[in-house]
Design a protein around this ligand. Structure first.
Ligand code: HEC
Length: 269
């Protein structure tokens, strides 16, 4: 759960007396599980959900909710800000969940591969949203959207029954369609019972994407953007599969891939 600012206006929702009870929790920023239990006893589960949601607290065990929470700050930077020099952000839920020390217990069926996939579908949704909002005039944004679309299109059919039936031309219509489908895929994927076998299938689908990089007619920028998402994908899926083994060999291969993909301006096939 993430704390948010202290909420106001509970009088209207719950009446004066209950509102007073809620406000009595003296430090909203450090709202404790124990306090949530008290609210639960008074308001029932649905009421407690409402109170915590209004307080900006999210159920981070649900991968769809987690992805939505983190992507809000970790993918979209508006074009004027980017042009003013703000670094680009690239969202990848599984790895970022590891680097940001979490303060919740993962569900027992937690899967890194699943977190990665839900995160990528949500990243595609957000890039699509940005395209519908800011238009397709920025070649970099277009390429980033196309790369995210490429990645989700590669993996979705192998891990779920859904496919993103959108052509890769960056325009408002395609972006709106991708936005909708990407959200559905993220929701479905978060509910799935994800097995290691699915991580393996996803990894295989991506590892055999070599020919996609040899399409000569594709611009270098797009190749590089695909590679940028691809190396993160390989890293997380590999991590999921190797969790109980030593993965030193594949680590060094991945490290050199990372270096290659990070040099986007001079990315060469
Ligand atoms: C309200 C905005 C916001 C939300 C929501 C948010 N973050 Fe962050 N996050 C930030 C900011 C700001 C930084 C600092 C960036 C910097 O210093 O470069 C940061 C830094 C990080 C970093 C370290 C820097 C990096 O990119 O490796 C990680 C990892 C991270 N966040 C993961 C997460 C995860 C996982 C979630 C969801 C559970 C999340 N964040 C939700 C704003 C947010």
């Amino acid at each position: 759960m993430l704390p948010g600012p202290r909420p106001r206006g509970y009088e209207d929702l719950f009446g004066a007396q209950l509102a007073l009870e809620i406000y009595r929790f003296d430090d909203w920023q450090t709202l404790q599980l124990r306090q949530i239990r008290t609210i639960e006893q008074r308001l029932g589960a649905a009421g407690a959900y409402l109170v915590t949601a209004l307080a900006g607290m999210r159920d981070l065990k649900n991968l769809y909710e987690r992805a939505n929470t983190c992507v809000a700050c970790h993918q979209t930077v508006e074009l004027p800000l980017l042009k003013a020099g703000h670094p680009e952000l690239i969202f990848e839920l599984d790895g970022q969940t590891v680097s940001q020390p979490r303060h919740w217990r993962e569900a027992t069926n937690f899967s890194g591969g699943q977190a990665w996939f839900v995160g990528q579908a949500v990243a595609l949704r957000e890039l699509s949203w940005q395209l519908t909002r800011e238009g397709a005039s920025d070649p970099k944004l277009n390429a980033r959207w196309q790369a995210a679309l490429w990645l989700v299109q590669k993996v979705a059919p192998t891990v779920s029954s859904s496919a993103v039936r959108v052509t890769s031309e960056a325009n408002a219509e395609n972006a709106a369609a991708a936005l909708k489908t990407a959200d559905q895929i993220a929701r479905q994927a978060a509910q799935m019972c994800w097995t290691t076998d699915l991580s393996k299938k996803a990894l295989e689908a991506l590892a055999s994407s070599g020919p996609d990089f040899r399409q000569r007619e594709l611009a270098n920028e797009l190749q590089a953007r695909r590679a940028e998402r691809l190396v993160l994908a390989l890293d997380r899926l590999n991590n999921d599969l190797q969790r109980n083994r030593s993965g030193e060999e594949s680590d060094s291969e991945l490290n050199s891939l990372f270096k290659l993909a990070q040099s986007i301006p001079d990315f060469d096939r």
